[in-house]
Write a protein that binds this ligand. Sequence first.
Ligand SMILES: [Cu+2]
Length: 205
Amino acid sequence: MKLSTYYATFFLTLVFICAAKPALSNQTVSGVVSIQGNKSLSNIIVYLENKNGSNSTSTNTAHEVVQRRLRFRPGLNIVVQGDLVKFLNAENREIDHNVYSLSGVKTFDLGLAERGSQLEMTFDKPGVLNYYCSVHKLMEGRMVVLPTRHYVKLGEPGAFEITGVPSGDWTLKAIIFHRRYKTKPLDITVSNKSITNLNLSIIKK
Ligand SMILES: [Cu+2]
């Protein structure tokens, strides 16, 4: 084997080994969400935000919200920053629907969609926003745009588990829908090892 061929082979093998090395991202972050005074609360979204700003964000998933019987379904949507949402008019009668929001997170008006057609929007800024239909005043939906793909939704306070977390410095946070309560964020470092027994508190403001 010529020396140059030998070096080329060596180099390519090295590249192959580096490329094939799997990312260490199978750690689990778990614990309990507790609420002051044991107040009941539904729909708690627990998530990990990367402290260095390098979140692995968009899941490149297209989410679908259906407009049927004069409602947005589901009424609560969780997407990741950069994700596309399709609003499909799935009425069984000839009804036009619209989607708009005046939120500071994202202000938009997608115009009208007739039965069987759809409107689309990419949510590129994290936050929580409500959206509506200009034709039907009672139609309302809520979009939670997360700055991370590492999250879990809980129906009520209690145990949570977020799997597939890469090593790094993270802040554990939660989005709740109660104006008198707030979450106390927790800073954690994940380093090739799962973290359990965390206690994320929801306290009175
Ligand atoms: Cu409508």
